[in-house]
Write a protein that binds this ligand. Structure first.
Ligand code: ZN
Length: 202
């Protein structure tokens, strides 16, 4: 496809670099933006700039935050004795949507996956082990997707927590095998976190 403008070409390339967006869709989106009011498009670009300049990660749980500490960690009415370990920020949102959990979180930033070259050192596991040693922490809930990579990651964390004085639990298996947590319906996910059970490390 011959593109008559280098600016158009560059923008299409940026959109096409997003997951699930092919070149045709990218072109349609960019042409749509060009037809909108100039100030709308500038606001769109400014929002992206503000996002990358201002968004941060919570120093305690690594959830996305506008402040040094996220709104969950800095909320005194949350139960800081219980830490729910999740793969990513979307999983925090999914569990929050169930309104069944009052503890705090720890976002790993991924999952152990040798196929993708992701090892324990690429994830926030060390910081979790350090948090688990804090005297107030009593329970660590391993809320990872029930896939092979999720199970591997749970087992690795379980072993790393062996000398920490905490109870390690995992979700009840209302979450179907191989389902991604963020796509599980709220009722099932809510029940799974309420009915959590001890993690068996064998
Ligand atoms: Zn936090």
């Amino acid at each position: 496809m011959e593109i008559p403008s280098v600016y158009l070409e560059r923008t299409v390339e940026q959109f096409a670099s997003l997951p699930g967006i092919g070149r045709k869709t990218a072109m349609r989106l960019v042409l749509h933006l060009l037809r909108r009011e100039r100030q709308d498009v500038e606001a769109f670009a400014n929002t992206l700039n503000e996002l990358v300049q201002n968004v941060r990660y919570c120093v305690d749980c690594h959830n996305i935050s506008d402040e040094e500490r996220c709104s969950i960690c800095s909320n005194p009415s949350r139960d800081h004795t219980t830490i729910c370990v999740v793969e990513n920020v979307q999983d925090v949102m999914a569990i929050e949507a169930t309104q069944q959990y009052r503890g705090v979180y720890h976002v790993l930033g991924g999952i152990i996956s040798p196929m993708d070259g992701i090892g324990p050192q690429d994830l926030e596991i060390l910081s979790l082990v350090e948090r688990a040693r804090e005297p107030e922490v009593q329970e660590i809930i391993l809320a990872l997707s029930p896939t092979m990579e999720g199970d591997t990651t749970c087992f690795y964390i379980y072993r790393r927590l062996a000398d920490a004085d905490v109870r390690v639990t995992t979700l009840a298996r209302g979450v179907a095998q191989n389902d991604q947590l963020q796509y599980t319906d709220e009722v099932t996910l809510g029940r799974s976190i309420v009915d959590r059970r001890p993690f068996k490390g064998t």
